[in-house]
Structures are given as C-alpha cells and as structure tokens.
Design a protein around this ligand. Structure first.
Ligand SMILES: Nc1nc2c(ncn2[C@@H]2O[C@H](COP(=O)(O)OP(=O)(O)OP(=O)(O)O)[C@@H](O)[C@H]2O)c(=O)[nH]1
Length: 326
C-alpha cells in the first residue's frame, strides 16, 4: 500500500538543521569569503527546497487512491486539510528557493555578504517555521495512514459481519491460506482481521472482519463510526453474516437479526447468512457450521465461491481491467 512508504515527515527545525549542516560543509570548500557566503545561501535554499518538495511528493495522490482509503483518510484526517498542508509546504519550498536566489544574486557583487547571509538564513528559517504546524500535521496523518489495513481493490472481497464472539475471526483463520493480518483500525480499539485465500494460480479472495463498533446499536454510534463501518462494508462484493444461535457470544438472536437488518440496509451486494457454533445449537433453514470442529466450514466456503462465480459473470473483474484502472 502506498501509505507504507511515506517516510517520517521532519519537523521545521529538523529541515533547517539538516540543510544548514549540509550548506556549512559546502561553504568550507570555498576560500573566498564572499563566494563562500553566496554558496552557503544557495546551498541552504536548495537543500530546504528539495527536502520540502520530497515531503510533498512522498504522499500519494488522493484522487488516485481506491475509494476505501480515500474515504477512511477523509474521515480520519480530512483530505482537505492534508491537501492544504501539502500546498503550504510546497509553497514554502518555492519561497525558500526564490528568497535564497535573490540574496545569492545580490551577493555576487560582494559587500556585506556576512550580513546578507545571516539575513537570508533568517528569512528562509521564518518561511520554514510558517509551515511548522503543517509539517507536524502531515506527520500525524502519515502515522495514521500507514497503519490502515491492507485492503485490495482487485480481489473478490468478502466482508465478515456479525457481533463480537460469534466466530468471525475463527472463520477467517480457518479459510485463509496464510496467517491473516491483524491491522489496527483507528475507529476502534480492536484490531480488524484481513485474510486471503488463494484460488487458482493467480487469484485470491479477501476476507475482512468488520470493525468492533457494530456491537452498539446504530443510533449510539457517532457519525464517524458510522462512516467507518460503511467504508469497510462498501469494500464488499459479498457479505457473510455470522449468527451465533447458541447466544454464547452474549447477544440475543433478536439483537443479531436486528444487526443483520441494519447491514441489509447498508449494502447492495448479496448477504449470505450462516449459523455458527452448530456444535452447540443448530437451527433449520440456514447453512450451519462450527468453526470449532470445522464441520460445515467447507460447505460455507463453497457457497461463497459459488456467489463469486455468479457475480463475476455479472461484472467481470479480470486482471486486465484492474490494470487499466490504475
Ligand atoms: N462452541 C463453539 N465455540 C466457538 C465456535 N467458533 C468460535 N467459538 C468460540 O467463540 C469465541 C469467539 O470466537 P472468535 O472467532 O474470536 O469470534 P469473533 O466473532 O471473531 O470475535 P471478535 O474478534 O471479538 O469480533 C472463542 O472463544 C471461540 O473459541 C464454534 O463453532 N463453536
């Protein structure tokens, strides 16, 4: 994911210290004092320019991000605010270079170059300090963004929903080819689980847990939590809703059905409802499984794969198409 490669965003003082140190090293190479001062100002300005521009270019273009990330980034830190800060940092980069070249040019003819050098550095430092808060904000944004779960846009995605303790993560673990990733999801203290299953040589399906805010009734969730839930749910090509009819999870069947109804209102994709913990209590009318004994799990998986085949017929998402979209 593109966010992982964003390096730490330096503070204003770090940008300045680093650039001044670099420039000081270059200054030593010149024996003529005036030329050394001029070179110093040029070097400071260009080091600051390059560093600030590299901060800007290390952020992905948000227009090109998959909807899930765009939506989540927007809820968490506001895309407008990120764009504004990137704009400010880019402005500071250009401004530092313009001011630096101006001073350097005026030092060409010699005269008071020590004073001009100090003045130039003070002005450039003040430009960098003007974007101090933007740099801090961008670093916070970076720290949040890089921890988001890896959600692929190109894989058939099954969102596994249901109350806590119904067996969602047990199911994802059982059907995943490799150990699922447990990612932080900033809207809840609980991690969310993302697992994959290889099907065929080049294809995988993706299973995603729902964030742990579903246990509260919809009206108790704040707007941010509601958007966060819908961002995950909207990645689904299919929702697998797990019901624990033994009620050992701590939620009544009635409450679980209420959640199912809510999810029905949220999504347009098909929902497959499955009863888990069949080793304790199975009921008629639904596919049943036990993620404890493994009974029925393969059958549920087969059902999911059948849904996938059907939906692929309706809207093909082959590798060619996904490459074109990038
Ligand atoms: N008897 C029985 N217990 C099960 C079964 N599946 C899961 N459990 C138990 O139920 C508990 C919760 O299982 P999880 O898979 O963690 O449930 P979850 O829905 O992922 O829970 P959260 O991670 O809290 O959302 C664990 O103690 C499991 O051992 C089952 O089929 N039968």
């Amino acid at each position: 994911m593109e966010f992982e490669t964003i390096p730490t965003v330096p503070t204003a003082d770090e940008v300045l210290d680093r650039s001044l140190r670099r420039a000081a090293a270059k200054k030593k190479l010149k024996t003529n004092v005036d030329r050394a001062n001029e070179e110093f100002v040029r070097a400071v300005a260009s080091a600051i320019h390059d560093k600030l521009k590299s901060v800007v270019s290390s952020f992905p273009s948000f227009e090109r991000l998959p909807p899930f990330y765009r939506e989540v980034a927007d809820i968490l830190i506001s895309l407008d605010r990120i764009k504004k800060s990137l704009g400010a940092v880019s402005w500071a980069a250009d401004q530092a270079r313009t001011v630096g070249s101006g001073y350097a040019r005026s030092m060409r003819s010699g005269g008071e170059t020590d004073r001009k050098r100090r003045q130039a550095v003070a002005r450039i430092a003040s430009i960098v300090h003007q974007v101090e808060d933007d740099l801090i904000f961008l670093n916070e944004a970076r720290n949040i963004l890089r921890k988001l779960p890896h959600v692929s846009e190109d894989e058939f995605t099954i969102v596994v929903a249901g109350f806590p303790n119904v067996g969602k993560s047990s199911f994802i673990r059982l059907v995943s080819t490799a150990e699922p990733e447990i990612a932080a999801y900033p809207f809840t203290t609980k991690g969310i689980i993302v697992g994959h299953r290889d099907i065929g040589r080049h294809e995988r399906i993706q299973f995603i847990d729902t964030p742990g805010v579903l246990e509260r009734p919809a009206e108790e969730r704040n707007p941010i939590e509601r958007q966060a839930v819908s961002a995950i749910i909207n990645t689904a090509d299919l929702v697998l809703f797990i019901i624990d009819t033994s009620e050992h999870c701590g939620y009544s069947i009635e409450n679980q059905v209420r959640l199912l109804d809510e999810i029905r209102r949220l999504v347009e994709v098909p929902i497959l409802t499955v009863v888990n913990k069949a080793d304790i209590r199975a009921i008629e009318g639904y596919p049943t499984m036990s993620t404890l004994t493994g009974e029925g799990v393969d059958e549920v998986l087969d059902l999911l794969l059948t849904y996938r085949k059907e939906s692929k017929k309706a809207s093909p998402r082959g590798p060619l198409q996904s490459e074109n979209q990038q």
